[in-house]
Design a protein around this ligand. Structure first.
Ligand code: 9Z3
Length: 319
């Protein structure tokens, strides 16, 4: 209608700036990520940014309570190892205390049960019981080699706000390496949050009776990431459902909406044994067979092998 101005709806990036406070360490992390990307691409390596773990959404500004989700970070941590084995340098953007590459293999072990002590007092010797930490010598060797070559850059987040700002900083830091960058967005990011302006400052009192909360939609960062922050990169998102019958349709819809390169689609209960890698023209079903399971083959090895080959073709097409 002439003369009536409808305000344009804010973009995801605009909402990020307006609604989520910038954490103090973002600039320092951005500089580290940019230096890391530059150093490794100069040495002829590709760089993958892996996001991993769940997010914590506070209900009070002096947070006593928060909303969390199931993600253990295993997908991200094990994928990091396979990307390293395939020659990638890895930025590991993970939720504080979620599973970590290499140590994840022993996450169920009580450290005290893995150590043995000979002698006592000043002359005691502590050794490792390799029955409790199977293959620890070879795992330690791989871990040390990765550390010495500075091939793994860990970056931590806890809250949703930290995750969102660090993802943007990472995407901008990797934009200079163009198609050599892969984004592997395996973190389970909350879809809902309470804006700071609507959050009570102090602990919500149970004496006020049952609690009703209203949450806003989290802006979808995939959109500015693909369009503006790292438009030349190879971008993989993950789609999680609990109902297998809608999984593939949702994965295709995400590809249509964001126009990125692939979606790894999985169902909560079967995620360790089956995924589909969906692109605009292909669909690969990857599964851990019984034989694989006996040989210790993990689904992440297959996902990484599929995607690193696709990334190679993508880079070749970009010239
Ligand atoms: C995934 O689907 C990951 O594969 C899992 C891995 C989180 C299931 P774990 O950490 O589990 O090994 O325990 N990540 C993405 C999940 C997600 O929240 N996706 C959103 C969606 O499906 C947005 S891209 O809508």
């Amino acid at each position: 209608m002439a003369g009536v101005e409808t305000p344009a709806s804010p973009t995801a990036e605009g909402r990020l700036t307006e609604e989520f406070a910038v954490p103090s360490h973002v600039e320092a992390e951005r500089a580290l990520m940019a230096e890391f990307a530059e150093r490794h691409t100069s040495a002829g390596r590709r760089v993958v940014l892996i996001t991993s773990g769940g997010t914590k959404v506070p209900l009070e500004s002096r947070t006593v309570r928060f909303l969390d989700n199931f993600s253990s970070g295993r997908r991200g941590a094990s994928s990091a190892e396979y990307f390293l084995d395939s020659g990638y340098a890895v930025i590991f953007l993970h939720r504080h205390r979620s599973l970590y590459p290499y140590t994840r293999l022993y996450s169920g072990v009580n450290l005290m049960d893995a150590l043995q002590m000979e002698g006592d007092g000043g002359s005691s010797q502590v050794t490792v019981d390799q029955r409790v930490l199977p293959n620890v010598a070879s795992v330690l060797k791989r871990y040390r080699a990765v550390k010495e070559a500075r091939l793994l850059l860990p970056v931590e987040f806890s809250t949703l706000s930290e995750y969102l700002h660090l993802l943007k900083a990472a995407a901008q830091a990797l934009s200079s390496i163009g198609p050599k960058a892969m984004f592997y967005l395996a973190a389970a990011v909350s879809d809902f949050y309470i804006p700071a302006s609507e959050m009570p400052e102090h602990k919500i009192q149970s004496s006020n009776g049952p609690l009703q909360i209203s949450m806003k939609m989290v802006p979808k960062m995939l959109s500015p990431l693909v369009k503006d922050w790292a438009p030349q990169a190879f971008v993989i998102s993950f789609k999680l459902e609990t109902d297998p019958s809608i999984l593939l349709e949702r994965a295709r819809r995400a590809l249509d909406t964001y126009r990125h390169q692939a979606v790894v689609a999985n169902v909560l209960d079967t995620r360790r044994g089956y995924v589909a890698v969906v692109t605009r023209d292909t669909q690969a079903e990857l599964a851990v067979t019984e034989e694989d399971a006996r040989a210790g083959v993990e689904i992440e090895e297959k996902i990484v092998s599929n995607l690193s080959a696709a990334h190679g073709s993508f880079m070749a097409q970009q010239g």
